[in-house]
Design a protein around this ligand. Structure first.
Ligand code: GLA
Length: 711
């Protein structure tokens, strides 16, 4: 990782290198031009690029703008603008940027500064991290003039993609119960925009992968741009009519307006980028390594948790939780998380949100007796909260109806019978910090599931001159509250949740050890959901529960051993109603949990590969490999129910081809217990090319292959 200045023929540029990628920027009089995004370059490579003649600029065309990565709206411009602003001092709508500082290095950052005649100063920042392939980009906008400036679009950054003969765009999509979707299609001319709309969370997270048109999991060039923003963002991939491609991204600007008084500044979220020529797997692995090392507050192996939601819904009681705790401990859980329904008048989703005192009816002696028992059983205790929300039927709302995000004279639309508290307001944040702090101080709670079950509507802040700030400051206010609570309770871990997986983002993962992936816990559906998650986010942060079948939203009758083979691929938990399980099922669960604990370090810290194996299309194969290639775990899971048995040829990935491995093939027996079905010796090369043949039953087949190097 390095940032160096390179000069050639009076042209000067900045070469930013992070692991396998470099990006080269040349400040000109009025622009910052990106001259390279791709393979790592030496200083002499960069000099050669800068020595090349300026690009030919056709008279009536604007090809030259392709590399302009800080494009301001209003001047001669043919690319998507990064910035748009109105200056009240000179009444202008047209940004006219000029470079006023061609670059300086501040620690791990490169900063190039531009300014507009009305006084808006624009700092473009690039940041690198030790041992990471990621280059971050963010923008600081400062009002250096005498009058107010309104920012109408404050993009985080843009990248000019390499020149390829084809471009394909992969973007995520999702909805409640169907997270992890991926749309992949050739990039079409014009702007291909993916945009969230819920304001404080998003089922359409702002990231994009652009590949060279034919990349596979293991080959080809892939560029990724991830906006570190848990609210609504946009990511625009633009293919010009000259067949050159760029990406521009930032906070959603549909209703964006930030007023800067003289001297004030606004810092955008970061746009984080990688490049690889190793296909989609290498792209994902770069993100996993970066997130583990530089984003997550902790990346130690996650505990096996038991969550009570699906077992009890709102019907929480001390006796019921004690019973679940005893059974969860026998199944091998390390943490008991009591979900929604423990507080005040919360007996369904119509009332109670906002009144965060322990229900005296459900817990007559408070939480202490339950937590003592959980501790005695050898587990930690965790609890569910949803601090940003309020039910109109609550004392909090009756006392502070003005605390909710709303617009005067308009209805306050409810969703799940709740409204959103305005976390942009300092008094609301103080209130939240106050009760969360007390809850964690007064009780031995070391895990918090932080939920957020609706998006924004009627966005306003009556009495404020710049109410649109809510879009930005609610998200930042929430993260500020989380950070403050973490600071006061450094041993407490957080799980980020929003109606399932609507808040899986880099900014929230910086204040939460794991994310809840989806409320859909059906194992077959989970295969797709987990696949989508894995494109950017590591398994250590992917909450995955084994739950009951035959319950609401989970109709398939997947065998218990199959469900374990799917949930084991992430941060595994158990979420079924253990009181309805037989003695055998609890002991079966305990055996799978014991196996999981043996292989958990490889799953949580190893390199993850999506593996193409046969039978094609029905076998979901995922491999996790220790950095030193001494151990690997391969999960092979079939999607269904065929009439006949078959042979799956399960290939490994990431092994040392020249090493010898002992392989244990673990499947399930008739009681659903894990059982060693075969044990063999092979070489890395054979496992990588021919794979290991596994006999599969016709009904929901699933196997775990554990590779241990023997020579
Ligand atoms: C959301 C979460 C669930 C559960 C419920 C509780 O839907 O995603 O896991 O916590 O809220 O109301």
């Amino acid at each position: 990782m390095s940032i160096i200045q390179v000069t050639s023929r009076r042209r000067t540029g900045w070469l930013v290198t992070a692991g396998v990628q470099s990006q080269l920027f040349e400040p000109t009089e009025t622009r910052i031009m990106q001259r390279h995004y791709g393979t790592a370059l030496s200083a002499s490579d960069a000099r050669a690029l800068l020595a090349a003649p300026e690009e030919y600029a056709p008279k009536q065309d604007s090809t030259v703008d392709h590399g302009n990565v800080v494009a301001g709206f209003g001047g001669l411009l043919a690319v998507e603008p990064l910035l748009r602003a109105t200056s009240y001092a000179d009444g202008s709508h047209a940004l006219h940027l000029a470079v006023i500082d061609p670059g300086r290095v501040e620690g791990d950052e490169l900063v190039i500064t531009l300014a507009d005649p009305a006084g808006l100063v624009v700092e473009a920042h690039w940041r690198t991290y030790a041992g990471s392939d990621v280059i971050d980009r963010f923008t600081v906008l400062r009002n250096g003039g005498d009058g107010d400036v309104d920012l109408l679009r404050a993009g985080s950054g843009a990248v000019a993609l390499p020149d390829w003969t084809g471009y394909r765009r992969t973007v995520p999509w999702g909805r409640w119960g169907r997270e992890g979707g991926l749309d992949r299609a050739p990039l079409t001319h014009g702007r291909n925009v993916s945009r969230g709309w819920e304001g404080l969370r998003s089922f359409m997270p702002p990231w994009v992968m652009i590949d060279d048109g034919s990349a596979t999991e293991d080959t080809g060039c892939v560029c990724t741009a991830v906006l570190a923003w848990g609210g609504s963002g946009y990511v625009s991939a633009e293919l010009s009519t000259n067949d050159r491609a760029r990406v521009t991204a930032g906070i959603d600007d549909t209703d964006f307006r930030i007023r800067l008084r003289p001297g004030e500044e606004f810092t955008t979220p970061t746009l984080d980028t990688t490049w690889t020529d190793g296909g989609f797997n290498a792209a994902s692995q770069a993100w996993h390594a970066h997130i583990r090392r530089h984003v997550l507050p902790r990346h130690a192996d996650r505990p096996v948790l038991y969550n009570s939601w699906e077992a009890t819904l709102f019907d929480v009681s001390e006796a019921g939780q004690r019973e679940l705790a005893r059974l969860a401990a026998r199944a091998g859980a390390e943490l008991l998380v009591m979900d929604d329904g423990w507080f005040d008048t919360r007996s369904d989703d119509h009332a109670g949100l906002g009144d965060w005192s322990v229900s005296p009816v459900k817990f007559p002696a408070g939480l202490a007796p339950l937590i003592r028992e959980v501790r005695h059983l050898g587990m930690r205790f965790g609890i569910w909260v949803e601090p940003e929300m309020v039910n109109p039927d609550s004392d909090l709302y009756r006392q502070h109806p003005d605390w909710v995000v709303h617009t005067s004279g308009r209805p306050r639309s409810e969703k799940r019978n709740q409204l959103v508290l305005n976390f942009a307001r300092p008094d609301v944040r103080q209130w939240a910090i106050g009760w969360l702090d007390a809850l964690l101080r007064d009780n031995d709670i070391t895990f918090v599931k932080w939920d957020c079950n609706r998006g924004l509507s009627e966005v306003g802040w009556p009495g404020e001159s710049n109410p649109e700030r809510v879009w930005v400051e609610h998200v930042r206010g929430t993260i500020a509250v989380l950070s403050e609570v973490r600071r006061r309770h450094p041993d407490t871990e957080f799980e980020i949740c929003a109606s399932g997986g609507a808040r899986v983002s880099l900014d929230f993962l910086a204040v939460g050890e794991q994310a809840w992936t989806s409320d859909n816990t059906g194992a077959v559906e989970r295969l797709s959901i987990q696949n989508g998650f894995s494109y950017i986010y590591p398994a250590v942060a992917m909450g995955a529960w084994v739950t009951d079948t035959g319950t609401t939203g989970h109709f398939r009758d997947e065998p218990l051993g199959y469900r374990f083979c799917v949930a084991m691929q992430g941060a595994m938990g158990i979420g079924g109603d253990l009181t309805r399980c037989s003695e055998t099922d609890i002991s079966v669960a305990a055996e799978w949990v014991a196996l999981y604990k043996q292989i958990r370090p490889i799953i949580h810290q190893g390199r993850r590969f999506r593996v193409e194996s046969t039978p094609v299309g029905v076998a979901d194969v995922v491999a996790y490999v220790a950095e030193n290639q001494s151990r690997a775990v391969v999960f092979a899971v079939g999607r269904g129910d065929w009439i006949d048995s078959t042979v799956a040829r399960v290939r490994a990935r990431g092994l040392d081809p020249d090493a010898e491995y002992d392989v244990r093939v673990i499947s399930r027996d008739e009681d659903q217990r894990p059982t060693e079905e075969a044990r063999l010796q092979t070489t890395g090369r054979v496992a990588l090319t021919h794979g290991v043949s596994v006999g599969w039953p016709g009904f929901y087949p699933a196997s775990v292959l554990v590779f241990d190097r023997t020579g």
